[in-house]
Design a protein around this ligand. Structure first.
Ligand SMILES: *Cc1c(COP(=O)(O)O)cnc(C)c1O
Length: 345
């Protein structure tokens, strides 16, 4: 099977498993796991923040980061297809008592005019108070798109002036960094809380890291335990994360080339459905024509031919490249899907 459903499907490499096997460990609930401490220290430094917390998922890192910025009964502004709004199963409402209002952009990008119009810092006792703004970089369902640095900085400047904190969902910030050369910390330093995933393109089996001030992270650590996600000898997992951060960042450029190759194959088969030039990182979203096979049909036919892809909308397919799929397999998978889409059902 060529699995392009997500960059979460990769398996730990031999080198990573070896690093996991020899990691010194301790009880992380007591704060005594040296490998967890090493990971948290290294990622905090890399992202230009005082402190960091290793979490089991990116969803948990976002839940802890957002709740640190937005008290119960307040709202967070985000793009309509943001992971925090669509793919964390209502956690911010169900767990933290926070609502969201959204702006919309086809590529998931920052739209300062829309955001400005949404911000409601204190409109009196009849309106929800805006407590924070959350930005996703790269934007997953927007097609792995990169938030342009000048727009991101303009938003951060406005929020600073308004006294509103910025939350950064940087699950794939590594990809934005590799694609643009912008240092990771140039994005993360502008956010009061930021999360990055180790288990996406970086290839670790588990884990994300939340960064922020020492005080924010102290509180997040308490809430992580409160939500049942304290862990003990987590150093075996932190070792995979350290290995990922040290070995698997620069190679993301290869994943970007694979995604571009997929888009180039599909651009001919699905005219207007995908623009290769718009593929900036490792995600390709393809809009199917209104007439023709449905997403479930295309997904099922591709699976029957050994190609796994995802559906992320009524007429939208998603391909995600990663370290366990080669350039030639990526191209082959796109050819299979192109043929399926072009053939009458
Ligand atoms: C994957 C992802 C997350 C976290 O997902 P988990 O499956 O909970 O680790 C958060 N934000 C974005 C944009 C993601 O793509």
């Amino acid at each position: 099977m060529i699995d392009l459903r997500s960059d979460t499907v990769s398996r730990p490499s031999a080198g990573m498993l070896e690093a996991m096997g020899r990691a010194p460990v301790g009880d992380d609930v007591y704060g005594e796991d040296p490998t967890v401490i090493e990971l948290e220290t290294e990622v905090a430094g890399l992202l230009g923040h005082e402190s960091a917390l290793f979490t089991v998922t990116g969803s948990l890192a976002n839940i802890l980061g957002v709740r640190a910025l937005a008290p119960i009964g307040t709202e967070v502004l985000c793009e309509a297809r943001a992971h925090i709004a669509r793919a964390e199963l209502g956690a911010h409402a169900a767990v933290s008592g926070i609502t969201t209002r959204t702006w919309s952009d086809p590529a998931g990008l920052i739209d300062l005019d829309q955001i400005r119009a949404l911000i409601a810092p204190d409109l009196g006792p009849y309106f929800v108070t805006t407590a924070a703004v959350s930005v996703e970089n790269t934007h997953n369902f927007g097609g792995g798109t990169i938030q342009p640095k000048h727009q991101y900085d303009a938003l951060a400047d406005e929020l600073d002036a308004a006294g509103l904190p910025l939350h950064l969902d940087g699950a794939r910030l590594w990809n934005a960094h590799v694609a643009t050369g912008v240092p990771l910390a140039d994005y993360t330093r502008r956010a009061k809380a930021a999360s990055v995933c180790l288990s996406k393109g970086l290839g670790a089996p588990v884990g994300s890291v939340l960064v922020g001030s020492a005080e924010l992270i102290r509180e997040a650590r308490v809430w992580r335990k409160r939500l049942g996600a304290g862990w003990r000898q987590a150093g075996v997992l932190a070792a995979a994360g350290l290995y990922a951060v040290r070995h698997n960042v620069a190679r993301l450029a290869e994943d970007h080339a694979k995604a571009r190759a997929i888009a180039e194959v599909l651009a001919d088969a699905v005219p207007g459905g995908v623009k290769p030039d718009a593929v900036e990182t490792n995600i390709v979203v393809v809009d199917l024509p209104a007439e023709g096979k449905t997403v479930p049909q295309v997904v099922a036919e591709a699976k029957a031919e050994g190609v796994l892809i995802g559906g992320v909308g009524a007429r939208t397919l998603r391909f995600v490249t990663h370290l366990d799929v080669s350039l030639s397999d990526s191209r082959y998978a796109a050819e299979v899907v192109a043929r399926i889409v072009a053939t009458a059902g």
